[in-house]
Design a binder for this molecule. Structure first.
Ligand code: ADP
Ligand code: MG
Length: 343
């Protein structure tokens, strides 16, 4: 009998997907050690932290089955250690059916533009929609919606500002003028936690959260303080090439938030005069095949002057020019996002 190698065992483990994810358990880093005896008995040590008690048992079963199926392996032992109560699941928001976060690997990719147009488009599809601007470093949602009213307080909770049929809350509504918002890590989390829960959202089908850009510890903790049902990642074609998008995906994966998909912004160019489409970055990028098919591609939004103008004027393009190519692209995104939420 040929001696089994660790590489061979690792290959087999790479065929086991983390439950609910397209990635395998090896790339998740949960395989701690592989031991092989001279008679090819295999012991695999796994460790993971999860909020879902069923996940460790599922992985244990899948690993055992995969190794048993593979020829040339003797006895299979799987040692699973899991911390399941490590991070308590954040409480949901009463009355809010689904909370989705819009994130990006870096700033300036149009994350807020997408969050705002997505929220308004979801409303146009007949949903009750809230929009939480959690980008405390650069809260830009109020400006993009042309909302200047100060929130009122009812029963010790903030009343969201209503604009274009959606309910919105942003730190920018609570601070004076252009005062820079400087927060340190723990303060951020506390603020966002209070912020998302201390708002009279009422009944919502979906709450869209505009996250701060980036994938650092602050963003990660923030994602954990909100009971997210899914994450959307906004990228530009360049980010996809630079693997910035992948870091965004990993941020959600690390905290077991389901990835609804990727939206490629500034994907191609539409000439505002002749309406001709130009694939500036080459055709068929599609989020580099949605990171080589690992995540769904929710849509591609063109680079279009009108998108920026509408953002600056405080009237999202899905409202001002609903028939335009970019508005239609946002609407298609909203439809796909809604379908993904229902899944
Ligand atoms: N598809 C687009 N076409 C044209 N301008 C865009 C597009 N998406 C975003 N912008 C503009 O780019 C700038 C940055 O967008 P923003 O949504 O603020 O990015 P982020 O929230 O990621 O920092 C804004 O001026 C916005 O109007
Ligand atoms: Mg922004």
């Amino acid at each position: 009998m040929a001696q089994l190698t660790e590489d061979r065992v690792r290959e087999v483990l790479q065929t086991v997907k983390f439950p609910g994810f397209s990635r395998d358990i090896v790339s998740f880093g949960i395989v701690k050690s592989i031991a092989i005896t001279s008679s090819n008995d295999v012991t695999v040590a796994l460790h993971l932290a999860t909020r879902e008690a069923a996940v460790p048992a599922q992985i244990e079963r899948d690993v055992t089955a995969a190794l048993r199926q593979c020829g040339g392996i003797g006895r299979v032992t799987v040692q699973m250690t899991a911390t399941t109560t490590d991070a308590p699941a954040p409480p949901g928001i009463p009355g809010v059916k689904a909370i989705i976060a819009v994130g990006s690997g870096k700033g300036g990719v149009g994350k807020s533009t997408v969050a705002v147009n997505l929220a308004v488009a979801l409303h146009q599809l007949g949903r009750q929609v809230g929009l939480l601007d959690a980008d405390i470093y650069g809260p830009s949602v109020p400006k993009m919606l042309g909302a200047t009213d100060r929130p009122t307080v009812t029963d010790d909770k903030l009343d969201p500002v209503e604009k274009f049929g959606i309910k919105m809350m942003s730190m920018a509504l609570l601070i004076d003028g252009d005062a820079p918002v400087i927060w340190r890590g723990p303060m951020i989390m506390k603020a966002i936690q209070q912020f998302s829960h201390a708002v009279n959202w009422g009944a919502l089908d979906v709450l869209v959260v505009d996250l701060p850009p980036g994938t650092g510890d602050a963003q990660l903790s923030l994602v954990q303080t909100i009971a997210l049902d899914g994450g959307v990642i906004v990228t530009t074609p360049q980010d996809v090439a630079l693997a910035v998008a992948r870091r965004g995906i990993q941020m959600f994966e690390k905290v077991n938030v389901r990835i609804l998909g990727l939206i490629e912004n500034m994907s191609y160019y539409v000439c505002p005069h002749c309406r001709q489409r130009d694939d500036v970055f080459g055709h068929g990028g599609g989020g580099a095949e949605a990171i080589r098919r690992g995540v769904p591609l929710l849509g591609e939004i063109p680079l279009f002057t009108g998108i920026r103008e509408c953002g600056d004027n405080g009237e999202p393009i899905v409202l001002t020019a609903p028939a335009s190519e970019p508005a239609q692209a946002f609407l298609r995104c909203a439809e796909t996002v809604w379908q993904q939420i229902q899944k």
